[in-house]
Write a protein that binds this ligand. Structure first.
Ligand SMILES: *Cc1c(COP(=O)(O)O)cnc(C)c1O
Length: 426
């Protein structure tokens, strides 16, 4: 068996059919925005490897930090022990994130960060004698991960709730916010979608928290909505004793043109989930942050201890990688980079608006989307984009790119040319 044959026969890839494996490129090396494939071809990683690789692959400050840590303390359990990488990263996270976010729970992946956030909400409500509050309300077209509780608040259609019926918790769904980010806010609650939230919270007293992705819905539909929805939702949640959870696993760390999706609003959530770009994409890591109200509420309730603790919690290699990535972000270059990417992609993708089969073209910060009026094949897209020296993996109706922030003007043009080509052909 060739290596690729072995891969096709034995290795499961994300969201694929083992009986009908699609084309897979074998990557031998990566540097900056570029991937090298085993046939010698080089392609730009226009996905930032699922939105993580902000500063490019093999960023020397991040790999340097990991190398140095590897020779000192690659891992140690976090139960009863701590270490400087965890503490230093904590200080940095507090400095950069919304001020009320004071308590940090480190974990391994985004889905787990969501599980932890949802668990915090339920345990908080339990601790303050609201034991009936164990369910969640969310908006349609959301995506929060692939573990059970996270999956229960993903869009019921794209999240295939019918398939997992009986195994999934039943949650409350309201429509996604109706006013787009570039439209004027409409204060009429029936028109802006807040009426549904208000009604749901009034009718049901078993809701622990409202969970959603702020401003940009990622995998559930790449939809950008008006931040005023979140300002008002905060007030409605407060009126009803319901917590607010922001899943910023996709929107965090500059991707939307602000450091966090929260920074588009004038409120703060009770619980914030971070992941994906946290380590600049170099190693799996995530965290859940919360305010003193939730942390103290849990701590002063029964049983007091927070019931979660992954084996690899606070892994030092991941902590130093994250710290190095956040140090680079703190220097501020990302602001100019995302502004430049936004302007250039808006201009170069504008012609797609008149292509046959294109429903919408939208750009925000380092996110560019061409939404088609039909589902496109990711597998066919691979080959076509590769001819342009670009790696792209569309999903559903969306042909999109989230390039590394370090992409040059020429590299961005190469990506937009590939996006336009896919929108014409697929
Ligand atoms: C990717 C993602 C997750 C899940 O993260 P994993 O690391 O894949 O478990 C959760 N929420 C959002 C918004 C995401 O984009």
């Amino acid at each position: 068996m060739t290596p690729l044959e072995f891969d096709q026969h034995h290795l499961w890839h994300p969201y694929t059919n083992v009986a009908k494996p699609g084309p897979t490129f074998r990557v031998t090396e990566a540097e900056g925005a570029w991937l090298t494939l085993d046939d010698g071809a080089r392609v730009i990683d226009a996905m930032s490897s699922w939105w993580c690789m902000l500063h490019g692959h093999r960023n020397p400050r991040i790999t340097g930090a990991i190398h140095a840590q590897l020779d000192k303390l690659p891992h140690v359990m976090f139960g009863g022990l701590t270490h400087d990488p965890a503490i230093e990263l904590g200080r940095k996270l507090l400095e950069m994130s919304p001020p009320s976010m004071q308590r940090i729970f480190y974990c391994d992946s985004g889905s787990v960060a969501v599980e932890v956030g949802m668990k915090m909400a339920v345990q908080y409500q339990y601790s303050v004698s609201q034991t009936q509050r164990s369910k969640f309300v969310t908006i349609r077209s959301g995506y929060h991960g692939d573990t059970w509780k996270a999956m229960s608040v993903c869009d019921p259609v794209t999240g295939m709730h019918h398939l997992f019926q009986g195994a999934l918790s039943i949650q409350y769904f309201i429509d996604k916010p109706k006013i787009r980010i570039d439209e004027d806010w409409n204060p009429d609650e029936a028109e802006n979608g807040l009426a549904a939230l208000r009604e749901t919270l009034e009718k049901h007293n078993d809701i622990a928290a409202f969970i959603l992705e702020p401003v940009v819905q990622g995998t559930g539909g790449m939809y950008f909505y008006h931040p005023e929805f979140l300002n008002q939702a905060r007030a409605i949640c407060d009126e009803h004793g319901v917590l607010l959870i922001f899943d910023e696993i996709a929107t965090g760390f500059g991707r939307t043109g602000q450091m966090f999706g929260t920074d588009h609003t004038n409120i703060e959530p009770d619980i914030l989930c971070l992941g994906k770009a946290l380590t600049g994409g170099h190693i799996s890591f995530a965290c859940t942050m919360t305010n003193d109200r939730v942390a103290e509420g849990i701590g002063h309730g029964e049983p007091g201890i927070f019931m979660h603790g992954p084996t690899f919690m606070g892994n030092p290699l991941a902590c130093v990688a994250a710290k190095a990535s956040l140090d680079i972000l703190s220097e501020g270059g990302w602001v100019r980079q995302t502004q430049r990417i936004e302007a250039q992609m808006s201009e170069e993708l504008a012609p797609a608006k008149s292509f046959k089969g294109v429903e919408d073209v939208r750009v925000l910060g380092g996110i560019a989307v061409i939404e088609m009026d039909h589902t496109v094949s990711a597998d066919v897209a691979h080959g076509l984009a590769k001819e342009n020296g670009v790696y792209l993996r569309p999903f559903a109706k969306n042909i999109y790119s989230m390039p590394p922030f370090i992409c040059s003007e020429d590299e961005i043009s190469q990506i937009t040319a590939a996006l336009l080509k896919l929108a014409k052909v697929l």
